[in-house]
Design a protein around this ligand. Sequence first.
Ligand code: FAD
Length: 564
Amino acid sequence: MPAHDVLIIGAGLAGQRAALAAAQAGASVAIMSKVHPVRSHSVAAAGGINAAIAIDDDWTEHAYDTVKGSDFLGDQDAIEIMCSEAPGEAMHLEHIGVTFHRNEKGELDLRAFGGASKKRTAYVADITGQAILHVLYEQLMRHHLTVERFEEWFATSLILDDAGHCAGAVARDIRTGTMEIFDAKSVILANGGNGQCYKPTTNALICTGDGIAQAYRIGCPIMDMEMVQYHPTTLAENGFLITEGARGEGAHLLNSEGKRFMEKYAPNKMELASRDIVSRAEQTEINEGRGVGPGGQGIFLDITVVPKKRVLEALREIVNIGRDFAGTDITRDPIMIRPGQHYIMGGVKTDVDGQTPIPGLYAAGEVACVSVHGGNRLGANSLLDTLIFGRRSGEHAAQRGGELAMPHAPVSRLREDTDMIAAILDRPHDGRRISEIKAELGTTMNEYAAVYRDEDGLATAHDVVHRLKEEAASAYVDDRGTVFNQDVLGALELGYMLDCAEMTIVSAIDRKESRGAQYRLDYPERLDEEWLKHINVTRNGDGEPGLSYSDVTITKWQPEVRKY
Ligand SMILES: Cc1cc2nc3c(=O)[nH]c(=O)nc-3n(C[C@H](O)[C@H](O)[C@H](O)COP(=O)(O)OP(=O)(O)OC[C@H]3O[C@@H](n4cnc5c(N)ncnc54)[C@H](O)[C@@H]3O)c2cc1C
C-alpha cells in the first residue's frame, strides 16, 4: 500500500508545481494522473502567463486589473499574493528552461491581453502551456527518488479518518483495473476544472470535475460555482479555442454589418475588454440579428489586420486550427467564432496556502477557488494561479507532513470503491447510454447556464439535471473488462459532472444579481449591498446541496462601477 507525506491528485501545471515544491521541501511525494502528465489540459494553454515584469509596470496595477476583472468578487488578499509573487515565478520558469519569447533587444517580450492596463503577458508563441508543462516534467525527473509518479491512475474517492482529516485516496490503475489505497499525511487536489459539463467547450475530455465532486462528497465547501467563463473566441462549429493572443496582437471583431461593434460596449478597451463583457457583447449582436454565418450564430474574428509575419511567428497554432478545423486561412480571411464555455472560476474553497476547511486536504489550480478570479478571470491569470498556489500548497503540505505520523486508512474504504465499480459493471443493458446523458447535460448547460441566464431557464436546467442524475444511476457500460476500461471510468466522471452542474445551477439561481460571468436577465444590476459575498455549496445530510455565504476580502480596492 503506497504511503507518502503528500499525495497530489492531478499532474497538470498545479500538480507538477506542487510536487516540485513539496519535494524541494523534503517531503516524500506521490503524483497521480488519469492521463500521462503532459497530456493534462494545461498543455493546451496557448496565450501566455501574466506577470508585472515590464519596467513601467507594477504588481499593484496587475492586482487592481484582476480585482476589477473579477467584478470585485475576488479576494484581494489572495490577489495581492498572486500578483506580487508573479514576477519571481516567471523568472524562475525562465531559469529552469522555459523559452519565453524575447524581443529584438533580447528582453522578455510581453503581449497585450484582455482587461489588462499594460502589456504583461509572457508567452512562448501560442504554446505557452505546453512549454511550461514539459519543463516542469523534466524538473520532476530530477526528483525521481522522492517523487513517485502514478501515471494513468484514476482516483475514485478521498478518505477521511475518524477525526475528519483527509488521510489519502482510493485509486484504480487504469492499465490493469487494480484498486489501491494511497495513505498520505496530506492530499493536494490538482484535478483541473469541469468544462465537460458544457457542450461545446474548449476543455479537454478529461476536464470532468472529479476533484470538485470528490471534495464535495466528503463535506468540503465549494465556492463561486455560478461563475462560469465563456471565452469570446471559440470556433463556431466545435468550440475549439482561438487564443485571446489573437486580439492581443490586434485582431478585430466584426458583426454582419462589418462593424467593430465593441465600440458600443467598451469604447476604451475595445476587443481587449474583459472576457465576460466581450462575450456578452457578441451574444447581444447575435441575438439582435447582427451575427454572421449560418443562422447568424457567429461573429467574425479578423486576424488579417495583424501582419502575416507576426501571425506566423506568434500565433502559428491557430493558423493550423483555422485551417484544419474551420477550413479558413486566418492570414487571408476572417474566421467565424462565438462565445464558448472555457473556464470555471469556482471550485474547492481554499485559503492562500491551498488549505481547504478539511484538515489535510489542499486544492490548487482550476479545481480550487482561492478566490483570485471572483466573477471573471482575466486571460493569462490561470497559468499564474496554478503555479503560485500549486507551489504554496506543496510547500505548506510538506511542512505540515513533517509534524504528523502516517495515517492508515481502513481497508473497508478499498472494498467500498471496488464494490461500487463492480456494481456499475453489473448493470443490465436497459438504461440510457452514458454518452447520451453527457451530451444532454452539455447542451442543457450551454442553453440555460451560459452568457445570459434567468430564473425559468435555470429552473429548467435544474429539472433536467435531476432527471439525468436518476438516469445516470442505471446507465450501462459496454466494456466489462479490467484493462484500460475507460467506459467504467466514464460512468464515474458522469457522476462528478452532474454534481458540478447541480452546484453551478443552484448557485446561479441563488445569486439574484448580475456580476462578472453571471448575467441574470431578470436581475440585470450588480447589487453590492446584498451580493458582495461568495456563495458556498456544501452537501447536506440528505446528499443535497446546501448554501451558505462567506465575505469577500477587501484590502485596498473598494467596489466601483466597472467600465472598459
Ligand atoms: C484550450 C485552453 C487554452 C487555455 N489557455 C490559457 C492561457 O493561455 N493562459 C492561461 O492562464 N490559462 C489558459 N487556460 C486555462 C488553463 O490552461 C487551465 O486553467 C490550467 O492549465 C489548469 O491547470 P490545472 O493544473 O489546474 O489542471 P489540468 O491541467 O487540467 O490538469 C488536471 C490533472 O488532473 C488529473 N486528474 C483529474 N481527475 C483525476 C482523477 N480522478 N484521478 C487522477 N487524476 C485526475 C488529470 O489527469 C490532469 O493531470 C486555457 C485553457 C484551455 C482549455
